[in-house]
Ligand binder design. Structure first.
Ligand SMILES: [Fe+2]
Length: 330
């Protein structure tokens, strides 16, 4: 009885959020188009996660508001990262909807797709289907030719390493082969003396108030909501280097800082590396607090000595300065 009531309340809240977000772009004065915060920006990119697209006009509409905002940038973005759970089920129809919508907008010429757990649930849910479909739509939607679900990219010369699950579980299935590949790519990337951006849909186990922040269950095992079995091995590689910015999504949280009265922070400083957990673009879970509006993410601006993360609601075209974070490059 109680769970039925909770379901009804949550459905009503989602409905209200949807209406508010859909009308927001028409009622809210656009504060400012995307443009660099100051002189000397060497590269900038937008990053969003968990768009959960399918043939649904609300989800696609919300997505399109964001793309429109990115395409209208005064200072053209050098890349856009879609950090996993791009689709709701990984079926071809979902990917086609994403691809068709994305291709309507000229944003950057360097769009980067990362595989999320929902993206591995299409077709017969085999790694073979997922790999083939992801490779196909990476080419179709962004023009990027890749040969696996994990790959490297660059944003104006800044190295980007994307990890991807090789299974269909909620956590990430990362093979020893991928871990070895990651170790070797990190070694190459760090030699450039630049910040290195590591993309993975799932955050490291225990970060951003996991495992509790996954389902708000204090009895969850320590790896719940995180990368899972391979978390420690990947972390050990990341910890060897300076200026690593690890970008995840997956938790479906909003934007939050430690002084927000929530139990988590969207950006964590771990000394030599930072963990950035992107807010959920569509339907963040309202139970966690923070800024839980639809359409949010960050614009990353890279300068000589720092990376500025600028929180933005792309759907409404507004900056959310309260959640901005500056990462010093050492
Ligand atoms: Fe998701």
């Amino acid at each position: 009885m109680l769970s039925a009531l909770v379901t009804v309340i949550r459905s009503v809240m989602v409905a209200i959020m949807t209406v508010v977000t859909l009308i927001a772009p028409f009622t809210q004065q656009k504060e400012a188009k995307i443009s660099h915060k100051k002189e000397g920006c060497r590269a900038s990119f937008a990053a969003v996660s968990d768009t959960h697209l399918k043939n649904n006009f609300i989800r696609l509409g919300m997505f399109e508001f964001g793309l429109q905002d990115m395409a209208e940038a005064q200072d053209r973005l050098d890349a856009v990262i879609f950090n996993g759970d791009i689709t709701d089920s990984g079926d071809t129809e979902n990917w086609q909807a994403f691809s068709d919508t994305l291709k309507k907008y000229d944003i950057s010429g360097n769009n980067i797709m990362v595989l999320g757990n929902h993206d591995t649930w299409g077709g017969d849910r085999t790694p073979a289907y997922t790999k083939e479909t992801f490779i196909k739509f990476s080419k179709e939607a962004t023009g990027r030719e890749i040969d696996n679900v994990y790959f490297t990219a660059e944003i104006n010369g800044y190295p980007v390493i994307a990890l991807g699950s090789e299974g269909d579980s909620t956590d990430a299935t990362i093979s020893q082969e991928q871990i070895d590949w990651f170790a070797s790519e990190m070694e190459k990337a760090s030699g450039k003396g630049m910040p290195v951006f590591v993309l993975c849909h799932q955050p490291f186990n225990g970060t951003h108030n996991l495992p509790y922040n996954w389902e708000l269950d204090k009895d969850d095992p320590p790896d719940k909501g995180g990368i899972g079995d391979a978390s420690d091995a990947i972390l050990a590689i990341v910890e060897k280097y300076k200026n690593v910015i690890f970008i995840s999504g997956h938790i479906h949280a909003g934007l939050s800082t430690e002084d927000d009265g929530t139990s988590y922070s969207s950006v964590e400083n771990h000394g030599s590396w930072y963990s950035v957990n992107l807010p959920c673009y569509e339907y963040p879970d309202v139970r966690r607090g923070g800024n839980i509006t639809n359409g949010t993410g960050y614009v990353f601006e890279i300068y000589e000595n720092e990376v500025i993360l600028r929180a933005r609601n792309f759907a409404t075209g507004t900056w959310l300065e309260k959640y901005d974070v500056t990462i010093e490059i050492k």
